[in-house]
Design a binder for this molecule. Structure first.
Ligand SMILES: [Zn+2]
Length: 444
């Protein structure tokens, strides 16, 4: 994510430096909203190694506190999908879904200044902990925004659902991917989904409307092996063939990198990012290896013709010689995009809320991928948004943390966005053609 934000011009960064919020002078330790956030952070929900039962109990208690129904669906044992319903005035209208995930990525505890599951609030008003940015803050902000709207008797026309997923960080195979195919999901009659975005050290808020699809490939080159005293021609060895393959991929990478250097914040979908992340070869220092394997991670440009690109990769391998295999470790479909124009009433509602709040929300392509991509492929309009402006991008890093004022401010932002979305008049969505909300890639 960092790269994307660094593409924005310097004057915006200067504004950020001048407007950076400070919460050092106020003691937030007894603030009930901060305490609730800390309570959730202290539940260790590390993906796949944690029992999510305490997190489910946490949400069950919060739902009961508001007299709300919480449904738990378990498509795979141990991977609960939670749905909390906040009824609107007209349940026949398409609903608004506030999606988040309960799980967090693992920690390297030795590198943390404070224990990662202690939710320490320091004297500068910063809460430290795994999930502060990705994305327990957002789940709590959704809840507190809805709670306040209810307390203030704000009328919402449409039903609003909070959905909480168990395994986003490992590909959602037991959570959202099964949930979105289920009758329970159909029953939500979803109009629009809000999902996670990312923190950024900028005064503007990025909102994802499309992801870059991921391909991961393993290329294995086989060649003449033997004693290192032998001296076969390079193009007959595994390493010689592999050198050719690496050159082709990295030359292409350089071309794409040059595009990335000139791309603006809005254009991160223009380039294909390739990284060579694993090289495996060799059994002994004096043995010419029989095989070399390479793993490339590729994030596709949104307009990349995938058929042509796959043919291109195959032709590079053919040029490198015989005895070369390519297997796909991951091959995702090209991303669909949620329409970000006045044709989409949900987008219009979000921008209207931004205008009321006096903030700038910029639609961008996510350099990574989130649960929202699965929904868009199913023609469900989804946006990725986390109200974390003026915040260093620390998702998945050691010492993940969040300023309390940013956390509290996000509740106000969601109150406005949710009110705007849930009160879109029926006339605006009654005769909507799905094609006007989500556009599938022509390359799938
Ligand atoms: Zn996340």
């Amino acid at each position: 994510m960092t790269k994307i934000w660094s593409l924005v011009s310097c004057h915006i960064l200067i504004i950020f430096l001048n407007t950076s919020a400070s919460s050092a002078s106020v003691d937030y330790s007894s603030d009930p909203y901060v305490q609730l956030f800390q309570q959730y952070l202290r539940i260790n929900t590390t993906t796949t190694i944690s029992d999510l039962t305490p997190a489910v109990q946490f949400w069950q208690e919060l739902a009961s506190s508001q007299d709300l129904e919480l449904q738990k669906h378990e498509y795979v044992p141990g991977y609960p999908v939670l749905v909390i319903k906040w009824p609107g005035v007209d349940p026949s209208l398409p609903s608004i879904v506030l999606n988040s995930h309960m799980d967090v990525v693992p920690v390297n505890e030795a590198e943390w200044k404070y224990p990662p599951f202690a939710a320490t609030l320091d004297s500068d008003g910063v809460i430290w902990g795994r999930g502060t940015q990705d994305m327990k803050s957002v789940s709590i902000q959704y809840f507190l925004a809805m709670k306040e709207l209810k307390q203030n008797n704000v009328t919402l026309l449409r039903d609003v659902y909070m959905t909480l997923m168990p395994d986003e960080e490992v590909g959602s195979v037991s959570g959202l991917r099964l949930f979105k195919e289920s009758p329970e999901f159909t029953a939500l009659n979803v109009g629009c989904v809000m999902d996670e975005g990312a923190a950024a050290p900028l005064p503007v808020y990025g909102m994802f409307y499309q992801d870059k699809a991921i391909w991961q490939i393993e290329v294995t080159c086989y060649g003449e092996a033997g004693h290192s005293a032998t001296f076969p021609a390079s193009n007959t060895t595994a390493t010689g063939k592999c050198r050719y393959v690496i050159d082709k991929f990295l030359n292409y990478r350089d071309q794409q990198h040059a595009i990335s250097e000139t791309a603006t914040l809005l254009k991160s979908g223009l380039f294909t990012a390739i990284n060579l992340n694993k090289i495996r070869a060799g059994t002994a220092n004096n043995v010419v290896p029989q095989s070399v394997s390479l793993v490339f991670d590729i994030r596709l440009a949104t307009e990349l013709n995938t058929t042509a690109f796959e043919l291109q990769m195959n032709s590079w391998l053919a040029e490198a010689g015989s005895g070369i295999n390519m297997t796909f470790l991951q091959k995702n479909k090209q991303s669909a995009r949620t329409v970000v124009s006045k044709k989409n009433p949900y987008y219009v509602a979000i921008q209207s809320a931004a205008s009321n709040l006096g903030i700038t929300i910029v639609p961008i392509v996510s350099p990574g991928s989130t649960d929202a991509r699965h929904l868009r492929l199913q023609d469900v309009p989804a946006f990725g948004f986390s109200p974390l402006a003026n915040t260093p991008t620390l998702l998945h890093t050691d010492n993940e943390r969040l300023n309390v004022t940013t956390f509290l401010n996000g509740i106000e932002i969601y109150k406005e966005i949710i009110t705007s979305l849930a009160n879109i008049p029926a006339s605006k969505t009654n005769k909507l053609d799905v094609q006007s909300l989500v556009v599938q890639s022509e390359f799938n």
